[in-house]
Ligand binder design. Structure first.
Ligand code: TYM
Length: 332
């Protein structure tokens, strides 16, 4: 059986990168896989979080999943901290992950920055917890944006190390699913930087909570270069802003980058930005409206998370038990 696991951190606002790199693909995949979509609150606390803001963001990410088209009945939606197996398997797998593997993780280096000694152990161990998230369910496929590729390679290595250590085929090696025209959405202010929740400038990203005017204004002000749009994908070489905006348009319309380049060949940025703003508003406005509707009833969101936790625990508990038996932990 093919099973998907993926997740998003409830930190700050969800943005277009989260939507195009992850959730939009999940919506397409949910028909063909058994899907588990998590709100990874244990990951969120690797950076400081205000309790009230964390609670709100957890409900907001849940609302976004549903508003984007994830079916909470067919899929499992829950917040990570309600299934204790994540933390337990996270600890366990840490004992099979050499420091050398973790030292290669570029995201830790970026997030810890120069203050490495002040970074928390949690931030460092984060990729092991991510491996545990996936392996706890023996997930076979993991749809994510490009930035998570290295973490997924580590998850495969850890799964392999555990299997090898005990001579078992217990954990499947999870396959990354990184697809679509916008696997790495870049900042609207700088086409060489990833669109991110942690970037201080609001102008750098489109949030799923932005209204139509804000979306249009952010796109109008997005950084560009002085040339008309090229007539081939090769012409995007060295033009990161053009490539990013055309990629966003392609992903929003489910077209290939080639098709969108052909459509706007020779156009001025102003013309293209008008079309992009219209498309972004057409796709995102109904999602924002539905998120707002869902957020007005936090009790209903909590009920979905409760159901999801029950379904997730039903898979996680026996799997963790088997891991413990394999290792040699005595059952109570
Ligand atoms: P997070 O919360 O940073 O991002 C959630 C998802 O959005 C994708 N994404 C992007 N895609 C394209 N362009 C961007 N600019 C962009 N920014 C973010 C991410 O690739 C991700 O798919 N470690 C993960 C959460 C996680 C997880 C897991 C994912 C924890 N456990 C297990 C999969 C499986 C993270 O921090 O994602």
């Amino acid at each position: 059986m093919n099973r998907i696991f993926s997740g998003i951190q409830p930190t700050g606002n969800l943005h277009l990168g989260n939507y195009l790199g992850a959730i939009r693909n999940w919506v397409k995949l949910q028909r063909d896989y058994e899907c588990i979509f998590c709100i990874v609150d244990l990951h969120a606390i690797t950076m400081p979080q205000e309790p009230a803001a964390l609670r709100k963001a957890t409900r907001e990410v849940t609302a976004a999943y549903i508003a984007c088209g994830i079916d909470p009945v067919a899929c499992t939606i829950f917040n990570q901290s309600t299934v204790s197996g994540h933390a337990e398997l996270g600890w366990t797998l840490g004992c099979y992950a050499p420091l050398g593997w973790l030292n290669r993780m570029t995201q830790f280096k970026e997030k810890a920055g120069k203050q490495r000694d002040n970074a928390g152990l949690g931030l460092y161990a984060y990729p092991v917890l991510m491996a545990a998230d996936i392996l706890l369910y023996k997930a076979t496929h993991v749809p994510v944006g490009e930035d998570q590729k290295q973490h997924l390679e580590l998850a495969r290595d850890i799964a392999g190390a555990f299997n090898h250590r005990y001579g078992v085929e217990f954990f499947p090696l999870p396959e990354p699913q990184i697809f679509g025209a916008a696997t790495r959405v870049m900042s609207l202010r700088d086409g060489t930087k990833k669109m991110s929740k942690s970037e201080p400038s609001e102008q750098s990203r489109i949030n799923l909570t932005d209204d139509a005017d804000t979306i249009a204004s952010k796109i109008r002000k997005a950084k560009t270069d002085p040339h008309p749009l090229p007539d081939s994908v090769a012409g995007l070489e060295g033009r990161p802003e053009a490539e990013n905006l055309l990629g966003i348009y392609a992903a929003l319309t489910d077209k290939t980058l080639e098709a969108v380049v052909a459509e706007f060949a020779g156009a001025q940025f102003s013309t293209f930005k008008g079309a992009l703003a219209d498309m972004a508003v057409a796709v995102l406005s109904p999602i924002t409206a539905e998120m707002n509707r869902l957020m007005a009833d936090p009790g209903a969101i909590d009920a979905i998370l409760r159901d999801g936790a029950e379904k997730a625990n039903a898979i996680a508990k026996p799997n963790l038990r088997q891991v413990y038996e394999t290792i040699g932990f005595l059952a109570p």
